[in-house]
Design a protein around this ligand. Structure first.
Ligand code: D5M
Ligand code: FE
Ligand code: ZN
Length: 501
C-alpha cells in the first residue's frame, strides 16, 4: 500500500509529508482523503501536509453532519461575459449557394458558471453550507408542487399519525430481503425512514444518495413512513422548443483528447474538411460547443505517460489551438473543461486558465463546467458529464452506452451530480452550481465517449461522442467508445441529427 500511495502522489506531481504518509496508511481508504484534498486544490501544492489530509478525512466523514447548521446568504449570479451584437436579419435557410452562417453575427452570453466566483477552501463549514444550499434550493422547487402543499418539517412529520408530506435529502437507500426499499431522509430538523413497498406503483423508481425528494405517506406505529407517492423536483412538462428565426445550427463535440496516442487524427481531418465544405448543413453551423476533455492531460490516471503522443500540457493545448484555427471562421466556439483538462478536477470547474486561453484565436469563448450559455437566445446547459460514472455504479440498468438515461435522471433530480463521495469530486461552493436552476433548451454532455440525441419534456438532450479510439484502460473496463459522431442541432426548430465521420 505504501508503494501505491507514493506512486499515486508522484503521478500527481506533489510530495507527501512523512507524517501524512503514516496517517493515511492508518486509514481504511488511504487514497480517499488525499484524492479529496487534491481535488479541492485550485493548483497542485508542492507538498501535502499532515494537516491537509486530516482535514480532508474529516470532510469525507461530514456527510452525516449536514443538518443543524447555519444557513448561508444566497447570492444570485450575474451574467459573466457578454459578446452581444445586434440581432441578424432573418433568413429562411442555407439552401442558397454561398450563404454562410458567417453572415450572422455571433450572440453568446455565459449566463451561469463558476469562473471567478469560487469561494470555497474545502473546510468542514464549507461542506455544511454547500449541502444546506443544495437542500434549500431543491426544497424550494419542490414546495411549489401541488402534491407537496403544506409539507412539514421532518421533526413534525415524525410525530404525526395521519397523512404526512415532507421533503428530505436521501442519506441512505437499502433493499430489504422482501424486495421493499428503505430510504433514510433528512432535513435541517431531523431524519426519518421511509418504506417503499415492492408492490407500490413507484417501486421501480431509483433513488441515489444526496438527492432531494418529496414524500407523501403515512406514519406507522413504529415511526416508519409508508410512502404513497414520491415527488421529484423535475422540469415542467413538455413545452415547445424556444426557437430562433433562422436555421442557424450548433454542433457539439467533446473528448477530443489531443495528445493521446489514440486521438483519431484522420477522423478529425474529415470533420475539418466537412465543416469548411459547401454542404448546406456545414454552411449553417454558427456555433461549436466543446464539452470538455479537450486534451488528454498529464497524470490523469496511472501510467498515462505511456499513452501520450504529446507529453507536455501546453504542447497539447497548442496542438488543439492549431486544430481549432483550421476550422472555418464562421464558427464561434464555446469550450468548457472536463476531468482531463488543466483546471481543478472538483466540480464546478472554472474555465481554462488565461495562459491556455491565450493560445487560441479570439473566436473561442471559455466557460466553466458546467455552464449555462445562451446562443442566439437558445439556452444550452453544457456539462462534461463525469457524474455519469456515479449514475452507472448506483443505478442498476444504467450503462455507458445510454448516457441519455442518466441525463434524464439529472433533469428529474434537477441536479447534475447528486451523488457525493463517489467518482465525481465536488467542491463545496457557497451555492450549489450543479443544481439545474433554469431549464435549458439544450442539455449537452460528453465524458462517456458514446453518442445520442433525444428530447425530454421539450429539452433537447445530447451526448457528443469522442475523437479518441478505445484506450487500453477502456478496453480493460469493457468500455466500447462510439467515436467521430457529431450531434448537430437546428436552433430554429430544435431538430437534432448525428453526422458520422
Ligand atoms: O472517460 C472515458 C470513459 O471511461 C468514460 O466512459 C468513463 C470511463 N471512466 C473514466 N474514469 C472512470 C473511472 N474512474 N471509473 C470507471 N469508468 C471511468 P475519460 O474521462 O475520458 O477518461
Ligand atoms: Fe473523455
Ligand atoms: Zn471525461
Amino acid at each position: 500500500m505504501r508503494e501505491e500511495l507514493l506512486a499515486f502522489v508522484s503521478q500527481r506531481g506533489t510530495l507527501l509529508e512523512p507524517a501524512a504518509v503514516e496517517y493515511l496508511l492508518s486509514q481504511q481508504d488511504p487514497m480517499g482523503p488525499l484524492d479529496r484534498f487534491l481535488a479541492s486544490c485550485a493548483e497542485v501544492p508542492f507538498v501535502v501536509t499532515l494537516q491537509d489530509v486530516v482535514k480532508a478525512a474529516d470532510v469525507g466523514r461530514s456527510a452525516a453532519l449536514r443538518t443543524h447548521l447555519v444557513a448561508p446568504a444566497v447570492q444570485m449570479p450575474l451574467a459573466r461575459s457578454v459578446v452581444a451584437v445586434p440581432p441578424p436579419e432573418p433568413s429562411a435557410s442555407f439552401r442558397r449557394q454561398g450563404e454562410r452562417a458567417a453572415d450572422h453575427a455571433p450572440e453568446v452570453k455565459i449566463l451561469r458558471d463558476i469562473t471567478g466566483r469560487s469561494t470555497c477552501e474545502g473546510t468542514l463549514e464549507d461542506f455544511t453550507r454547500y449541502f444546506r444550499n443544495r437542500f434549500q434550493t431543491l426544497s424550494r422547487m419542490l414546495r411549489t408542487r401541488r402534491e407537496l402543499g403544506g409539507a412539514q418539517e421532518i421533526s413534525k412529520a415524525r410525530r404525526s399519525t395521519r397523512e404526512v408530506r415532507f421533503i428530505g435529502m436521501v442519506s441512505d437507500v437499502r433493499d430489504t430481503k422482501n424486495g421493499h426499499r428503505i430510504l433514510e431522509l433528512e432535513d435541517e430538523t431531523d431524519r426519518i425512514s421511509v418504506l417503499v413497498l415492492a408492490d407500490s406503483p413507484f417501486a421501480s423508481e431509483t433513488f441515489v444518495n444526496d438527492e432531494v425528494v418529496g414524500i407523501v405517506g403515512k406514519v406507522n406505529d413504529r415511526g416508519l413512513v409508508i410512502a404513497e407517492s414520491v415527488v421529484r423536483p423535475d422540469i415542467p412538462v413538455a413545452r415547445p422548443f424556444r426557437g430562433i428565426g433562422e436555421h442557424l445550427r450548433a454542433a457539439f463535440i467533446s473528448d477530443v483528447h489531443v495528445g493521446s496516442t489514440t486521438f483519431l487524427d484522420e477522423k478529425w481531418a474529415k470533420l475539418t474538411a466537412w465543416m469548411s465544405s459547401d454542404d448546406e448543413m456545414a454552411r449553417s453551423l454558427r456555433y461549436l460547443v466543446v464539452s470538455g476533455d479537450v486534451v488528454d492531460g498529464i497524470g490523469v490516471y496511472p501510467r498515462q505517460d505511456e499513452e501520450l503522443s504529446i507529453d507536455d500540457i501546453y504542447g497539447q493545448y497548442e496542438a488543439l489551438a492549431q486544430m481549432m484555427a483550421q476550422l472555418p471562421d464562421h464558427l464561434t466556439v464555446v469550450m468548457i473543461p472536463g476531468n482531463h483538462d488543466a483546471v481543478r478536477p472538483a466540480e464546478p470547474q472554472p474555465a481554462l486558465p488565461q495562459p491556455i486561453q491565450k493560445l487560441f484565436d479570439s473566436n473561442l469563448i471559455f466557460a466553466g463546467n458546467p455552464s449555462l450559455v445562451s446562443l442566439h437566445g437558445v439556452k444550452v446547459l453544457a456539462y462534461h458529464g463525469r457524474s455519469m460514472d456515479d449514475f452507472v455504479s448506483a443505478i442498476p440498468g444504467m450503462n455507458y452506452h445510454r448516457p441519455l438515461d442518466a441525463m434524464r435522471q439529472m433533469l428529474k433530480m434537477r441536479h447534475l451530480a447528486p451523488i457525493y463521495g463517489g467518482k465525481t469530486p465536488i467542491a463545496p461552493e457557497a451555492e450549489d452550481h450543479l443544481i439545474v436552476d433554469e431549464v435549458p433548451d439544450i442539455f449537452a454532455t460528453g465524458h462517456v465517449h458514446s453518442v445520442g440525441v433525444d428530447t425530454y419534456r421539450g429539452v433537447v438532450l445530447l451526448n457528443s461522442s469522442t475523437w479518441q479510439a478505445q484506450t487500453p484502460y477502456q478496453k480493460m473496463r469493457n468500455i466500447e467508445p462510439l467515436p467521430a459522431r457529431l450531434p448537430i442541432v437546428d436552433l430554429a426548430s430544435g431538430a437534432a441529427v448525428i453526422k458520422e465521420f
